[in-house]
Write a protein that binds this ligand. Structure first.
Ligand code: F6P
Length: 746
């Protein structure tokens, strides 16, 4: 028996070694050949279209080049004329391959290696500091006339990754086989008391006429897990789009419907004064980010039906299809009584958790009655979610501090569900969290999730510290996970982002037109300067500090008096809470005082709108203004800052941004300020108003690609890919445990 196993292991080792060698030598060649013929195909197909646009508007030529770079592995494309001068290129096309360098090589190398008079097709593989690339050159001709040539650059770094992943796969597969070779016969010999060697031989032969059920499920799971690891598409280069997110969902999560649970609904139906019904988009960062994801993935968004015409627009299952006219997913509305809203939303969520999590010096209020409502409403929503699922292992995205208890409640009803909880606001340190009388219940509720996400690593750390301090759990710091009563929860940072391109920007008038409209509406003089602030009327947004900084600017820089106005779009929010009503009054008084102090006939330094503005109006202001001031005193991310940058397709305008926002970690080319420091903030406003156009453009040029790359499809894609990996791992562990009859190791 021993000799047989040894021989078997030796044969497996030899086989693994041989297979690795084959992978190593042939994979690279195959992939490179594949990329080369693909590049040739793309360029041949596009040659006529490029020739047509060659002598026209360079922007049109650039657009056609950009069309060639849709494939995620294409790094860039460029067009050069016959004198080797650039005509157009896609953004970020590397300098290493300028027209001159490539052109001279192309002329120098015809098919027989001789110097060529006419431009030739040419391709090569080169090593850049960033990795291997494939360069393909195609002459562009208009009939007989040689116009120049097009370059297509492919990223080949994926080959090394594929190689490494394929090797990992092979090693795992051979290791599994080796383990089985050892374990199955021993097990069989010991417990089944029949000839193990005969059985093993039968298994290795493929079970004779029958397939081997003992091997099939585990191998197929291992194959799936390793196959997905091999693809690792979420880290592949290229931009994330709605389409790519959808493809990933289909491929790795088998087209599973997404269920979102969020208090705020993305479309609110309201009665209008003339008796009609209108649709309103709420002022909510959560909605801004998740709505495009839902449009891409489809599914159900479970939310509180808060509009006064909401009940009139749902069907008998309380569903309404949205977006209006597009209908790609539906909202399931949950109705709340006055008492439920008071206790769960205004009370526990917004008078308790909101001030607890934000360092904005408003004392949190924790009332037992509010807690009871919070608990009951979380259960009500968890039940609503459970009634919407159509499989035993759905994917459920639980959003924000309104639903800290829901993950555990959902897990109880759907043990195999993948629950991802995302906390959109900061998570305070353990000491502050300790203030909440129900901190343990909140933590346990969240730990019902498969993954808990925050915007920043700091908030992940704060969460883990809180768990460590208040609960009996095992903290796995190496993998950023918490294990509670055998259930493992990953804690991960996923900085939230915008769709790209932002559809409100796509449909907005040009920045010049926006500026003309806003100037007309506000009665601004031709040489005037405009700042803008867009927020819910919330004490965490630092609106008072913002107005005080504007006042100080006018005091310390008299040259802006009579010239600079600041438009504050402040959407009323949570008005049943005294602190919010008080803030609204303070802001109004402050604006009036500044206007009285520095205003004059036809000039208002502060233009305050205390009303809801729909996104097209907000983007009109963003595109018109000279600066946007985001002065939040504490904010998980703050998508207004990102929206302003996204709105500036003209690369003009300056973002002045509070250092206490998550966005400040990403938008480092903004003027970063401490909003409590009024003097420094007023200096930053002055610097923004006098910043040369070239510098404004440089800063925008640096921030905008970041928003394009790290967009919300990537945000959702990363979370869902982590969830999919987790599901595969759990399936493999579960099957192995089933086989060996032990609890999976966690
Ligand atoms: O994005 C942060 C956030 O608190 C969301 O959680 C919330 O939807 C939004 O701001 C607006 O608050 P509310 O839903 O209470 O109007």
């Amino acid at each position: 028996m021993f000799q047989f196993i040894l021989a078997l292991l030796l044969a497996l080792a030899l086989l693994a070694w041989g297979a690795s060698a084959v992978v190593h030598t042939t994979a690279r060649e195959w992939f490179e050949r594949d990329v080369s013929s693909r590049a040739r195909l793309v360029l041949t197909g596009a040659a006529q279209s490029l020739a047509d646009a060659w002598n026209g508007d360079p922007k049109d030529l650039q657009k056609r080049l950009m069309d060639l770079t849709r494939d995620e592995r294409v790094m860039g494309a460029a067009a050069c004329d016959a004198e080797f001068k650039p005509r157009a290129s896609t953004p970020g096309f590397p300098d290493d391959f300028n027209c001159w360098a490539v052109g001279t090589r192309v002329r120098a190398a015809d098919s027989s290696g001789n110097s060529a008079d006419r431009l030739q097709e040419w391709s090569t593989v080169a090593n850049l500091p960033t990795g291997r690339v494939h360069l393909s050159v195609m002459p562009i001709r208009n009939q007989a006339q040689e116009l120049g040539f097009a370059i297509l650059l492919h990223d080949l770094s994926f080959i090394e990754r594929r190689e490494a992943q394929a090797l990992t796969f092979l090693n795992i597969a051979f290791a599994v086989l080796a383990l089985m070779a050892l374990g199955v016969p021993l097990f069989a010999a010991r417990w089944a008391r029949y000839d193990w060697s005969l059985e093993l031989r039968r298994l290795l032969r493929g079970g004779g006429t029958q397939k081997s059920p003992e091997f099939q499920p585990i191998l197929s799971d291992v194959r799936e897990l390793v196959g997905r690891m091999a693809s690792e598409r979420e880290d592949a280069p290229g931009q994330w789009t709605a389409e790519r997110l959808k493809q990933n969902l289909n491929r790795y999560l088998h087209g599973e419907r997404i269920i979102i649970l969020a208090n705020r609904e993305p479309y609110i139906h309201k009665h209008t004064a003339d008796g009609g019904i209108e649709v309103q988009h709420p002022a909510s960062g959560l909605v801004t980010a998740l709505e495009p994801v839902m449009r891409a993935c489809s599914g159900v968004w479970v939310a509180h039906g808060s509009g006064d015409a909401d009940r009139e627009t749902v069907d008998s299952h309380d569903h309404v299809s949205v977006p209006p006219g597009e209908e790609s997913y539906h909202i399931r509305r949950v109705w709340l009584s006055e008492e439920e809203q008071q206790g769960y939303y205004y009370g526990f969520s917004n008078e308790g958790l909101w001030p607890l999590c934000h360092v904005a010096h408003t004392r949190p209020l924790f009332r037992a009655e509010d807690w009871r409502q919070y608990l009951a409403v979380n259960q009500k929503f968890a039940d609503a979610v459970s009634s919407e699922v159509d499989s035993k292992d759905p994917i459920i995205l639980v959003q924000d501090y309104h639903f800290a208890l829901a993950p555990a409640m959902i897990r109880k009803r759907l043990p195999s569900a993948t629950v991802i909880a995302f906390w959109h606001i900061p998570w305070p340190n353990a000491e502050i969290m300790g203030i909440c009388p129900w901190r343990n219940e909140l933590l346990e509720g969240l730990l019902g999730s498969s993954i808990v996400g925050f915007h920043t690593q700091l908030h992940c750390n704060n969460f883990m510290d809180s768990v460590d301090r208040y609960l009996e759990t095992r903290i796995d710091r190496e993998h950023n996970a918490v294990v509670m009563r055998g259930h493992r929860t990953l804690i991960r940072p996923y900085p939230i982002a915008l769709e790209w391109p932002v559809h409100w920007v796509e449909t907005a008038p040009s920045p010049e037109e926006c500026r003309a409209q806003v100037w007309r509406d506000l009665g601004l003089k031709p040489g005037a300067l405009l700042g803008v602030g867009v927020d819910r009327l919330d004490y965490t947004k630092g609106i008072e500090e913002r107005l005080l900084a504007v006042e100080l600017l006018l005091e310390r820089y008299p040259e802006f008096r009579g010239r600079f106005s600041f438009a504050q779009l402040a959407a009323p929010s949570r008005t049943k809470i005294a602190r919010y009503r008080q803030l609204s009054e303070t802001v109004e008084l402050l604006a009036a005082r500044i206007n009285q102090r520095f205003g004059s006939e036809g000039y208002r330094p502060i233009i305050l709108f205390r009303s809801h503005h729909e996104p097209p109006e907000v983007f009109r202001f963003f595109r018109a203004a000279d600066l946007c001031y985001v002065s939040a005193l504490h904010d998980g991310m703050n998508l207004v800052a990102k929206e302003f940058v996204a709105a500036r397709t003209d690369l003009k305008g300056v973002l002045v941004l509070s250092e206490f926002t998550g966005a400040a970690r990403e938008l480092t080319e903004a003027l970063i300020v401490n909003p409590y420091n009024l003097e420094a903030s007023s200096d930053a406003l002055a610097a923004a108003l006098t910043m040369p156009l070239e510098e404004q453009r440089d800063r925008m040029r640096s921030m905008r690609p970041l928003l394009a790359q790290f967009n919300v499809y990537r945000w959702a894609g990363k979370m869902l890919m982590d969830a999919s990996r987790l599901r595969s791992q759990e399936r493999v562990a579960g099957r192995l445990a089933e086989r060996s009859n032990v609890t999976p190791a966690i």
